[in-house]
Design a protein around this ligand. Structure first.
Ligand code: MLT
Length: 260
């Protein structure tokens, strides 16, 4: 039987599917659930081995993760949805679009990129996978928090401690499997020119993982895209500057889902 992710499901209305970053879980979207679940059904899958999802199946790929999300949505009776993917969630959005573009009414690609890894980045991911399997998650908590968050967010414990907590709550196998899946992802850049879904590209002004230049390149390659820069945010723009992120998401969704 196919292993499916756990999907947190809050609110009612048009479906919004949120795909979280690495190495976190669906609680990354708590600020968006608070703001949008009065008008939208907010669906948030946890990565395998993280949050409430089961352990990852062997040889996990982003394409298999996308299929698992689509099957889980089918079981929840969700056919059409807006898709919001941040970083790893954005990487997963690309195979999901290849498998089911007709189901996606609007798309947000946040702090992410379409390209595959360089050889060095791939080797670094596989080294981290080995390390967490051998030594556990604590060895990556501080370095990942410092990489994901802008310095100001890192110094704000109400922002950075929940990020540390989310990393610690993942399992080593879940983190290793996500790294292996990201390391083997193909280049999705060739898809961009044919994308016609209304798309919002979001960048953090202080994101060192996916700098603004990558978002600018992506927005110029997608005919139906526009861009928002979240000032003061690092890589986790939706939880570092949730106020600005939510305002950008609201104005985008207001066009895709006009009030009756
Ligand atoms: C993420 O936030 O999902 C990761 O930092 C992405 C990556 O490692 O490329």
């Amino acid at each position: 039987m196919t292993v499916l992710p756990h999907v947190h499901d809050t609110g009612s209305g048009p479906a919004l599917v949120f795909l979280h970053a690495f190495p976190l879980d669906a609680s990354q979207w708590d600020h968006q659930v608070a703001a949008f679940s009065d008008r939208y059904r907010c669906l948030r899958p946890d990565a395998f081995g993280c949050g409430e999802s089961p352990a990852p199946p062997p040889s996990l790929s982003l394409s298999a993760i996308a299929d698992g999300v689509l099957t889980a949505l089918d079981r929840l009776g969700v056919s059409e949805f807006a898709l919001v993917g941040l970083s790893m969630g954005g990487y997963t959005a690309f195979p999901l679009l290849q498998h089911a573009a007709a189901r996606v009414r609007a798309l947000v690609l946040s702090n992410t990129r379409p390209g595959a890894d360089s050889d060095q980045a791939r080797a670094d991911r596989l080294a981290m996978a080995d390390r967490v399997r051998r030594d556990g998650l604590e060895v990556i908590v501080e370095s990942m928090a410092a990489k994901l968050l802008a310095p100001r967010s890192l110094a704000e414990f109400h922002i950075s401690d929940p990020v540390r907590g989310r990393i610690r709550r993942c399992t080593p196998e879940g983190v290793a499997a996500c790294q292996e899946a990201m390391a083997s992802r193909p280049d999705s850049t060739p898809l961009l020119a044919s994308m016609s879904i209304p798309t919002l590209v979001v960048a953090g002004s202080e994101d060192v993982v996916t700098p603004i230049a990558e978002a600018e390149a992506m927005v110029s390659a997608i005919p139906s895209a526009r861009m928002e820069v979240i000032e003061g945010a690092g890589h986790l723009s939706n939880l570092e500057r949730w106020d600005l992120f939510n305002a950008a998401l609201k104005s985008f969704l207001d066009v895709a889902y006009p009030a009756p």
